[in-house]
Design a protein around this ligand. Sequence first.
Ligand SMILES: Nc1ncnc2c1ncn2[C@@H]1O[C@H](COP(=O)(O)OP(=O)(O)OP(=O)(O)O)[C@@H](O)[C@H]1O
Ligand SMILES: [Mg+2]
Length: 382
Amino acid sequence: MHQNNNASIRKISENLNIAPEVIGKVIDAFEALVNNDPKSIKNKILRQMCSKEYKDAMFAILDDISYKLALQGIDTVRSKIKNENKASSEQDTAEAKNRTANKILIGNYKGGVGKTTSTYQIALALSAEGKKVLLVDLDPQSSLTEICFTVSNEMLGELPDKESLNHILYSQATDSSSVIKADNIIKSTGKLDFIPSDLYSCYGGLDTIAIDYMNNSMDKLLIIRNFMENNELNKQYDYIFFDSPPSDNIITRMAFLYCDYYIIPTKFDRLSARGVKHYIKTIQKVYEKYCTDNNAKKMFGSEPRLIGILETMNKSIIRSDPFKFAFEDHYVFKTIVRHHVRIAEATGRGESPDYHGSKDNDYYLCMLEMIERINKLEGRNK
Ligand SMILES: Nc1ncnc2c1ncn2[C@@H]1O[C@H](COP(=O)(O)OP(=O)(O)OP(=O)(O)O)[C@@H](O)[C@H]1O
Ligand SMILES: [Mg+2]
C-alpha cells in the first residue's frame, strides 16, 4: 500500500499537515478493514490510538481514505445496480408494469438514534441510483416532513388539512367508506416523494389521532394498506419507507403490518442492545397478535423481516463489544454510519453529505448493503 501510494500519501500529508508515516500506518489499518480482518484492524487501531497523535490523525483522514477503501468491497454490488438500471431504462414500460415496491419500516423505540436521518439518506442514495422512492412520515413530530419541505421550499404550517397522513387516518377512521385519492397528498422534493405528517393538523397530530379515533380492529389496522393499494402506490415505487416515532401505537402497527421488511438504526452501547432486543420481540408479537388465523394472514401477508441493525452515530470506528455479543453477525449491517456533523447538517438541508462531491458516503454504502441484504433474504442472486 505504501509503495503504491507514496504520491497520494505525500499529498494527503501536505493537505492535512500530518506526518506521512502516520498516514501510512492509518492506511494500513484501513486496508485490514477492507480485507475483512476485524481482529487485525482492531489491534492496529487500538495500538495506534494509544498515541494521541495517531488518534487525531485517524479521525482527520478518515473521510479521505477509509470510505474509498471500503467501497472496493462493494464495488460489485454497485456495478450490478448500474447494470440493473441500464437494463431497466431499456425496458421502462415493462418494468413499470411489474413493479412492486419494497416496503420498509425504519424503527426503534429509542429516540434520537438516527431513524429519520437514516430514512432520508438511504432514500436519497436510492434515488441517486434512479430508484423511485416514497417516504411516509409516521412521526407526530413531523421531522422527516420538515426536512422534505425544506427542499421543496414549503412551510409545514401552511399545509392544507386534507393533504397529510393525518387526513387519511382521520377520514378512514371516522368513515371507512370514504375514498382518499393520493394525488393531493403525495408531495415531492424533486428527488423523493413523501406523505407528510402534519403537526398542526385540524384533526390533531398523529399521536392524538391514534388515541382519539383508533382501536385495534381489523378495519383500522388496514387503513394504510388500503390507501396504498387503492391508489396502486406499491406499483408506482421501487421503495416505500416508513419513518417511525420512538414509540409504539396503532399507526406504527398498521405500517409494520403492511411492510415487507424493517431496519433498526441504533447506537451501539449496552443499553441500546437491550432496547433493540426488546424492539424485535415486541414487533414480532404485533404480528402474532393480529395474524392469528389464515384469514388475517391473507390480509396482512407474511411477517415483516429484519433487514438488519444499523449502527449510527459511531464515534469510535470499531464496534463496541457488548453489542457484538448481543447479536449474531448476520443481523448487523457491516456498514457503520459515523457520527459526523456533516451528516446532521446536510440532512437538515435535505441534501446528501457528499464527502468529496461524490456519492461515497456512509449512507450510500448502507443503501448498497441494504439491497444486498434484501436480495439475500429473498434468495435472489442479483
Ligand atoms: N451520523 C450522524 N452524525 C451526527 N449527527 C447525527 C447523525 N445522525 C443523526 N444525527 C443527528 O442526531 C439527531 C437525531 O437524529 P434523528 O432525528 O435522525 O433521530 P431519530 O431516531 O429519528 O429521532 P426521534 O426518535 O426523535 O425520531 C438529529 O439532530 C440529527 O441531525
Ligand atoms: Mg425521527
